[in-house]
Write a protein that binds this ligand. Structure first.
Ligand code: ATP
Length: 270
């Protein structure tokens, strides 16, 4: 289910204060359903904070934030959202399958759901390519394998929205590619909406749509292709740097220093 405007996530004037700092500064954005939206920006710009707000675990959130047609944090959203944090949250003294059995029983308790839970667990283990490690203790897995167990937990119950905080950090190129293929399968074949953060700009090219962040603000909201075209750059990284330079020049009150094509870009940039 989406909200009345047909988007999976809608933010208007979203502001988050953490400690003394205003970490998100009245931002507006949308996330379309059934697509992969990449949240990209430098370390500390507020990506994790935005994701925590989306899954309802962040305090001091003001403005509008609607998730699948409900206010963020609404109790009915719990089973509809899968969330992977940066630190794998798995029990080291349980096997991969036992970890998933446990989380599946929290998600869908009761004897009558036993078969459904078993199907969820079997599918999630296959999705993240850990069939051959299903009976290994999580504590004996490599870092990349542990983060895939965390991802499998998030996939239990086929959630409509997956919020993935830097899921590919520390993975080798083959695993990264495999995970991105999985994200595309989840979006294309199961209609899942994926919001995935990264500070690796080459991963941006794999997303349908991008939210480029900087210092608690959304610098641009566009497809990788459109971003490159309107900044007349070859890569998303170059587009991002161009937009940063332009924003800096604007802040300094000297837009004429933002070169090239400042006018066209300023009209489009958010
Ligand atoms: N518990 C906290 N109390 C106060 N400030 C915090 C807290 N956690 C994070 N921050 C600040 O909020 C800002 C945004 O942090 P956040 O973790 O959202 O950034 P990020 O873009 O996800 O960074 P990274 O890519 O390094 O994970 C940072 O300046 C950080 O110092």
């Amino acid at each position: 289910m989406m909200n009345s405007s047909g988007v999976a996530v809608l933010a208007r004037g979203l502001t988050v204060v953490r400690g003394e700092r205003t970490v998100l500064r009245g931002i507006d954005f949308t996330v379309p359903p059934g697509r992969i939206t990449g949240l990209l920006g430098p370390s500390g710009c507020g990506k994790s904070t935005l994701m925590r707000a989306a899954v309802g675990t962040q305090a001091k959130v003001t403005g509008t934030l609607e998730i699948l047609g409900k206010p963020a944090g609404d109790a009915t959203l719990r089973s509809r959202i899968g969330y992977v944090t940066q630190d794998p949250a798995v029990y080291d003294d349980l096997t991969v399958r036992q970890n998933l059995d446990y989380f599946a029983s929290v998600l869908q308790p009761g004897r009558r759901h036993r078969d459904t839970r078993r199907d969820y667990v079997t599918r999630a283990i296959a999705d993240v390519d850990l069939v051959s490690h299903a009976d290994s203790l999580a504590g004996r897995l490599s870092g990349g394998q542990r983060s895939r167990v965390s991802l499998a937990v998030a996939l239990l119950g086929a959630p409509e929205l997956l919020v993935l905080d830097e899921p590919t950090v520390g993975l080798d190129p083959v695993l990264r590619r495999d995970l991105w293929n999985l994200f595309h399968r989840l979006a294309d074949e199961r209609g899942a909406t994926i919001l995935v953060s990264s500070h690796v700009m080459d991963e941006a090219e794999r997303c349908h749509r991008l939210l480029l962040m900087r210092e608690g603000e959304i610098l641009a909201e566009d497809s990788p292709e459109d971003l490159r075209v309107r900044t007349r750059t070859q890569t998303v990284e170059a587009a991002f740097l161009h937009l940063v330079d332009e924003a800096n020049a604007r802040q300094a009150g000297s837009p004429q220093q933002a070169d090239p094509q400042p006018k066209a870009i300023q009209e489009n940039a958010r």
